[in-house]
Design a protein around this ligand. Structure first.
Ligand code: AMP
Ligand code: MG
Length: 334
């Protein structure tokens, strides 16, 4: 079979990224610029600024990506783009650029869901085999899915309120750490002990998650201690929070292994960069003699290579979008 080269575009949040991906698994070139430092000044992503910065960056990222690949737009077999979920204005920059390139160069257009992209990031270094359990843990999503085949998803559970990454970011903010909070809380937690009392989410008979109670408990604790003039042991608070937040994921995945008999777990999304999550999930997989796949850090965080990987099965099935493709803020995979 002929090799397939897909130019993929990702601009759903605060990274502008393009990649050339061969046959859905080989990254020929990857270019990423992040706006993180700009948004850090505001304590979170400012949508208006994000879309403007995507507009400024996108042609530069395209040039950089093609130069790294030593390829031209004419060499591509398709243009893939993240169309959902994400910030509307940010998504639009990627989608409109993809449409123009596809139209001008007469290439098929492939619309990719960002969350599915995070899952398919696992195909860039491994080969996903089915059935598998997929845990998506990011700034906007916390979902546990069964994947029976390429693009065949069944949702077991999702968050009823906040996403786990969002809880990390809020907790970081109340203890005075900069955005994005996840990596900073993880660093702090390594130096602390589980000495505070925080409530565990109780939704035991479902696969759903809840993080707003835990987040509020941290906010209240900091507030009450500050009012009393007491210092917060930030390391211990970070550790206590992280233990409970990750333990919740472990319990639900444990139950899914037990009930489904599936022997494979893929973890996707920004929070999968967390070392404690990795080590706890790896212990769990040993217990069930299951295989664990987590992309390397570069492919855990937002990037276009994962979009190219997720576009490939669609390319093979000729599932192309019309040049009227619109963005969507909906996260629905199933
Ligand atoms: P995403 O939404 O997939 O772009 O991922 C971003 C989210 O992942 C943010 O909420 C980050 O705080 C979170 N995150 C990134 N690295 C870590 C980490 N090491 N531990 C916990 N959360 C993290
Ligand atoms: Mg993401």
């Amino acid at each position: 079979m002929m090799d397939t080269y897909i130019l993929a575009i990702e601009s759903s949040c605060d990274e502008t990224s393009m990649a050339v991906v061969k046959n859905g698994c080989e990254v020929i070139a990857l270019s990423i610029t992040t706006q993180m430092d700009t948004h850090a000044k505001y304590g979170g992503v400012v949508p208006e600024i994000a879309s403007r910065m995507h507009t400024e960056a996108i042609t530069f990222v395209l040039e950089d990506c093609l130069e790294k690949a030593q390829m031209k737009l004419e060499d591509m077999d398709a243009i893939a783009v993240t169309y959902a979920p994400g910030l509307t204005g940010s998504l639009m920059v990627g989608v409109e650029s993809a449409k123009i390139l596809a139209l001008m160069y007469h290439k098929p257009l492939i619309a990719v869901n960002h969350l599915i992209g995070h899952i398919y990031a696992n195909n860039l270094e491994n080969n996903m085999e089915y059935p598998l359990l997929a845990l998506i843990v990011s700034g906007g999503h916390t979902e546990l899915l069964v994947m029976e085949d390429d693009y065949k998803f069944k949702r077991l559970g999702e968050t009823m309120d906040d996403a786990i990454g969002e809880a990390y970011d809020k907790v970081a903010r109340v203890v005075g750490l900069p955005y994005p909070g996840g990596p900073n809380i993880e660093k702090l937690a390594r130096m602390g002990s589980h000495t505070y009392f925080l409530p565990k989410p109780v939704m035991d008979d479902t696969y759903n998650f809840s993080y707003s109670g835990l987040k509020s408990a941290v906010i209240n604790l900091v507030h009450n201690e500050t009012q009393r003039g007491n210092d917060i042991r930030k390391e211990d608070l970070a550790r206590t929070f992280q233990d409970i937040a990750i333990d919740e994921l472990v319990r639900k995945v444990d139950k899914a292994f037990k009930n489904t008999g599936i022997k494979r777990l893929v973890i996707a999304g920004g929070v999968s960069a967390n070392q404690y999550l990795k080590s706890e999930m790896s212990k769990l997989c040993q217990k069930y003699d299951a295989e664990l796949l987590i992309p390397r850090m570069l492919y855990c965080t937002d990037n276009a290579a994962m979009i190219g990987a997720a576009a490939y099965p669609k390319y093979l099935r000729k599932e192309f979008s019309s040049y009227n493709l619109e963005v969507s803020s909906s996260a629905d995979i199933v």
